[in-house]
Design a protein around this ligand. Sequence first.
Ligand SMILES: CCCCCCCC/C=C\CCCCCCCC(=O)N[C@@H](CC(C)C)C(=O)O
Ligand SMILES: [Zn+2]
Ligand SMILES: [Zn+2]
Length: 453
Amino acid sequence: VSRSKGLRGTESQKELRIPSQFSQEQRIAMKEALKVFPTVFHTSFIRHEVIGNYSHLFTVKGSDPSMQPYMLLAHIDVVPAPDRGWDVPPFSGLERDGFIYGRGTLDNKNSVMAILQALELLLIRSYIPRRSFFIALGHDEEVSGINGAQKISALLQARGVQLAFLVDEGSFILDGFFPNLKKPFAMVSVSEKGAINLMLQVNMTPGHSSAPPKETSIGILAAAVSRLEQTPMPNMFGGGPLRTALEQLADEFPFPTNIILNNLWLFRPLVSRLMERNYITNSLVRTTTALTMFNAGVKVNVIPPVAEAIINFRIHPAQTVQEVLKLAKDIVADDRVQFHVLDAFDPLPVSSSDDQALGYQLLRQTIQSVFPEVNIVAPGTCIGNTDSRHYLNLTTSIYRFNPVYLQPQGFSSIHGINEKISVQAYETQVKFIFEFIQNGDTDMEPVPHLHEL
Ligand SMILES: CCCCCCCC/C=C\CCCCCCCC(=O)N[C@@H](CC(C)C)C(=O)O
Ligand SMILES: [Zn+2]
Ligand SMILES: [Zn+2]
């Protein structure tokens, strides 16, 4: 009988082998990992499905089938993190001075974990929801959501699901975004901007660089993108959620801003100019134009045949893809520059924030109880895009809100460096969701225009 069957490694492979000895810490971590949300996964009225290979859908079946279900949304993927500039390595999850550092700690692994943690804590206390809800955790939000959110949405549509409302990322309790506004306020985004990724291309005859033509593909394209950058899209400040928010915030500002914001019918032109002064508030009043990619040239001494650039537009709610493309063509005003739309979508519909809007009112109620120091809950428009846009077929009530304080520095850390969340903020987020889920069991239903005496 030969004993040579099976796998055999070389001596050098044996030397490279990592010994299977684990530290005390690693052994504790192994055991702790087994304990993550066990009740969520072992509760009879919760169904867990993996969609599109990596996304997760939890269906939490409530006891009252007459109540329309809602959905909590978050995403498990992250954008890359540069190695340099971080105080602690971006994927270590290390805690320092009360903060957990890491890529995704605000965007939005805080929500992934807090949703599951809050549910786990409710289940441990024998909670049985009345209203059914879904938890959808997408895996490709940062690159479109097509294989995660879009598939979950299609699956639920095929099952005949209609949602009362949906809560996703996209806004925060904003602290210090307006120079004179001392108190933080909660902004619940009821819409999000549209977007266009536009490729501009210039093709010219290549040749020897020793006798260059008067104009080259690089020069023509550079001039075109420079015109786009130097010619901002029109300021569209006027109505919509932003105006509502500023009017709600008016009395929180000192004199004379309070007077100005209380009289936007008169001071609209002034406020629209003031909003342009800061790059964040500027993004709320117009379609923004960001030059994000530029490629040209093949060799130092060759006149390049092709030059290409990509422009990322974020479309103001009062404009459309077609309107922005027309404006961009007029600004470029050069037929040698070809326009190729890589992908585009219009701004998202505005969800209701009135008294009858169940999702909005539940958020407001929970904000007021968990953050009693926050006076104002105002609607807003999300300047980025979220997975929630793939769920338009399931609901007209989409709210984007993370129950976490955010300062301008924290905003820069999202997709930037030193992204972090305080342990206390995370605990408060768990508390918020713990309360929100229970508030969701309320009998209050959005019944517009129906008042009983
Ligand atoms: C009125 C006071 C000032 C308001 C300031 C606004 C502060 C900003 C607060 C939150 C913004 C967070 C945006 C988070 C969502 C963005 C997620 C994202 O990056 N998505 C991608 C999607 C793309 C399809 C790949 C994106 O590029 O937008
Ligand atoms: Zn995100
Ligand atoms: Zn992101």
